[in-house]
Design a protein around this ligand. Structure first.
Ligand code: SF4
Length: 348
């Protein structure tokens, strides 16, 4: 069977109804693609609705503040995606007079838009013949065509791109790209692919050679670093002090409590003097409560977090960079999921 037509035929019968499937608006396709990087479809749908409602077009997104966008993005993680979206929206307004770029090379000029996203938008919205190679495509092609070269190395990736380039039809590149990605998401999945229901059981080399479990080959392993975070929740009645993370960090632009980070688990009695010095706390600060440890897993980090609630006393002078807010109003700020989890347990 011709693989391209087989994929398109399968897609026509089996695709999932998703909100971004009914549009060729490049702004909306861009939003959906950025949301879906590192996010499952089931979780991404809600965010897509929320973002398109709050910011219905690129001008609305450009006019929003970064805080507004980060608040809407809260819980999705990988906040650099949201910061880049915001910068790129302003680029569209300022450099492209508010008209979304309509070709691969112009799209590549936008902040955060790499070859994958540019190819997806160009092919889905403008039928430009471009190859979209994401994790699904790497997996499907490496299995059907029996590519044993590591797909996370340049030579292996090049092989896959070459095959994908030969498969993508000139008349319906967008449809094909969506079909192969959807096929990878629903049939040729990373674990337990549905080989028995697959239309390519005869063509698939991985299946013939019993390599389904082996392909695609990857050599890089993700290194996960352990980090211990000790948060200081300074309270003043029903108010708390928060800071906006401005330094380079995964949570840049979000709000949380002052913290001391460490590569090792520390004794609270040793951490507290470091806080006292850093935030000019008087001696005799009253520690009210120490939370149990929260384990928070990110792609490259395993965070062990502890929250120390303390009353700094009346004479303490608030340090620069800290903002006093009502604890009950904290939800109005963009906060990392970890802080949200801590607040949930306080309310429980
Ligand atoms: S037969 Fe199995 S491994 Fe091969 S393409 Fe189909 S689902 Fe993927």
């Amino acid at each position: 069977m011709d693989i391209s037509s087989g994929l398109i035929n399968w897609y026509r019968k089996s695709y999932r109804e998703l909100p971004w499937r009914n549009t060729r608006d490049p702004y909306k396709i861009w939003l959906s693609e950025v949301i879906l990087q590192q996010t499952r479809v089931a979780q991404g749908v809600g965010y897509y609705y929320r973002l398109t409602e709050l910011f219905p077009d690129v001008k609305a997104l450009a006019a929003a503040s970064e805080d507004q966008l980060l608040r809407a993005w809260q819980g999705l993680g990988y906040y650099s995606r949201a910061r880049n979206l915001h910068i790129a929206a302003r680029e569209v307004v300022n450099r492209f007079n508010g008209r979304f770029p309509d070709n691969y090379y112009d799209l590549l000029q936008l902040k955060g838009v790499g070859p994958y996203t540019a190819a997806a938008i160009a092919s889905f919205c403008f039928d430009e013949k471009r190859v979209v190679v994401d994790g699904n495509v790497l997996r499907v092609i490496s299995r059907i065509f029996g590519v044993e070269a590591p797909v996370d190395q340049p030579s292996g990736k090049k092989k896959i791109e070459k095959i994908a380039g030969e498969l993508v039809p000139g008349n319906t590149p967008g449809l094909f790209n969506q079909a192969i990605m959807e096929f990878g998401a629903l049939v040729c999945t990373p674990q337990k692919p549905a080989c028995d229901e697959c239309p390519f059981t005869i063509e698939c080399i991985a299946r013939q050679k019993d390599l389904v479990e082996v392909l695609p080959v990857k050599v890089k392993k993700t290194v996960v670093k352990n980090v211990w975070m000790y948060y200081l929740v300074l309270k003043n009645g029903s108010d708390v002090f928060i800071r906006k993370r401005s330094h380079s960090s995964i949570w840049k632009g979000l709000y949380d409590f002052p913290s001391v980070d460490s590569e090792y688990r520390q004794d609270i009695s040793k951490v507290f003097p470091a806080f006292a010095e850093k935030y000019g706390l008087p001696t005799g600060v009253f520690i009210e409560k120490i939370s149990s440890e929260f384990v928070h897993i990110l792609s490259h980090r395993k965070i062990y977090a502890c929250f120390i609630e303390a009353d700094p006393g009346k004479n303490w002078k608030k340090m620069e960079g800290l903002t006093k807010v009502r604890l009950s109003d904290l939800g109005q700020y963009g906060i990392p999921r970890l802080i949200e989890r801590y607040l949930e347990t306080r309310e429980a």
